[in-house]
Design a binder for this molecule. Structure first.
Ligand code: KMT
Ligand code: NI
Length: 179
């Protein structure tokens, strides 16, 4: 299953774990309260996995594609790596299923602290519409992921600040925790 922790505030290499000393773990339950969903699936059977099929059906994930992020495999690698790590939101969920390799999804909590989520083969993760987040490879420099979407995919990132963006308002209404 996923491991998550609150990040330190050092500005060194984004590919390092950036755990605090001592480590401050973030339980899955806390991620769930922020609207982040996750499953553990069998990535060796993704083409015929009834669990994946059920998630796709229930949540309407009609579209899939596979992206490989590595220096050799991804055209425009350097530029995309930079773009993925800019803090941003989307108009829709960000749904990723890791088929191979590893990487970090970072999400902001309600106190604006970064939580780093360590994803590896078999992890499926959904970031809710409007949550501030970013992505980086780790030191292994390789991930292969299925990107899913409801309908025709739009991957457009809206970089922070987006306080007036309807998706941000929607996120805060759903998960902002105001009494
Ligand atoms: C994104 O939108 O951040 C990406 O597709 C890269 C992460 S996929 C492992
Ligand atoms: Ni994103």
């Amino acid at each position: 299953t996923l491991e998550a922790w609150y990040m330190d505030d050092s500005q060194t290499d984004q590919r390092l774990p950036h755990k605090r000393v001592p480590n401050k773990p973030c339980p899955l339950e806390a991620l769930r309260r922020l609207g982040v969903l996750s499953w553990r699936l069998d990535a060796d059977r993704w083409e015929s996995d009834p669990k994946l099929a059920a998630i796709r059906k229930v949540r309407g994930y009609s579209y899939t594609e596979v992206i490989t992020i590595s220096k050799d495999k991804l055209p425009g690698y350097e530029e995309k790596i930079k773009m993925f790590y800019e803090e941003h939101i989307h108009n829709d969920e960000e749904i990723r299923y890791i088929l191979d390799g590893t990487g970090y999804f970072d999400v902001r909590d309600l106190d604006d602290e970064w939580i780093r989520i360590n994803c590896g083969k078999g992890d499926m993760i959904v970031l809710p519409e409007g949550i501030y987040h970013r992505f980086t490879l780790d030191e292994r420099d390789y991930i292969k992921a299925m990107r899913l979407f409801v309908g025709a995919p739009i991957w457009t990132p809206f970089n922070r600040p987006q306080e007036e963006h309807p998706s941000r308002a929607k996120y805060l209404a759903a998960f902002g925790g105001a009494a």
